[in-house]
Design a binder for this molecule. Structure first.
Ligand code: COA
Length: 216
């Protein structure tokens, strides 16, 4: 299903996160086939007619499922530039996060960070998740940097899981814990240095998100 409308402001960037309209699917579908930007994610380029059918089916699937949440991101004065999602949501427990900026003009301008803030805040404050996780293909420097900056830490990798530009690449696994649930999750065992550092960053990002986001 789609997430609620949320206005967001961060370092001069103004973005509305909202459900897509049906008449925007072609634009989004084209964006999601922008291979130069999206080579590290599994969607990739698709033939025109397949792409549109696939995307519409995907949207229908999302709107019918309760364990997925999708927003599109529209920066002020621009077309829709990104798709933000949680999938495999397990109530009160966990969700897999996904951020896909397909408008090259919007890369490196804070939209990824703002999208992360939305997912962290919505995931931990609204869905009450215990943890959020995500996978990043080794070599996707921007994605790793954006994820670590908001508090994700690496838990491991799957060997040669992804094929990009003629090479098999590892898939890196990242996680962040809800600071309010860290003690429960650790069963009172000592928390690792990486987890403690991550929790501190996430606490700080939750405060930042509170300032940046307005739920409508
Ligand atoms: C990964 C992605 C979401 C990052 O979003 P973004 O808006 O470009 O990133 P931001 O502007 O918020 O920057 C976040 C951090 O990453 C760094 N960064 C961004 N692009 C970078 C790049 N190409 N190389 C190195 N660092 C980069 C920024 O400098 C910033 O760190 P800093 O504050 O220390 O300077 C975006 O690049 C994207 O959607 N890429 C295509 C799809 C994809 O790979 N999705 C992730 C799949 S797991």
């Amino acid at each position: 299903m789609f997430g609620p409308v949320i206005n967001a402001k961060y370092k001069g960037l103004e973005v509305v996160f909202r459900p897509p309209r049906r008449d925007e699917l072609v634009h989004i579908g084209k964006g999601m086939s922008n291979f130069s930007t999206l080579k590290y994610i599994s969607i990739g380029a698709r033939p025109e007619e397949d792409r549109i059918k696939w995307y519409e089916a995907h949207i229908d699937r999302f709107s019918g499922l309760k364990n997925d949440l999708v927003w599109v991101a529209q920066p002020k004065g621009k077309d829709i530039s990104a798709v933000i999602s949680f999938f495999d949501i397990k109530e009160w427990k966990s969700a897999h996060s996904g951020i896909t900026i397909f408008n090259n003009d919007m890369l490196g301008k804070g939209l990824g960070t703002l999208s992360h803030l939305l997912l962290i805040h919505f995931g931990f404050k609204q869905l009450n998740l215990s943890y959020i996780y995500g996978d990043i293909v080794d070599g996707n420097v921007a994605s790793v940097r954006a994820a670590e900056k908001v508090g994700y830490f690496k838990t491991g990798y799957t060997f040669k899981q992804f094929y990009v530009d003629g090479n098999y690449l590892d898939l890196l696994h990242f996680i962040m814990i809800n600071p309010n649930k860290a003690v429960d999750l650790s069963n009172n065992a000592p928390i690792s240095i990486e987890m403690r550092a991550s929790i501190e960053i996430v606490e700080e990002k939750l405060k930042l998100a509170q300032k940046c986001l307005t739920y409508l």
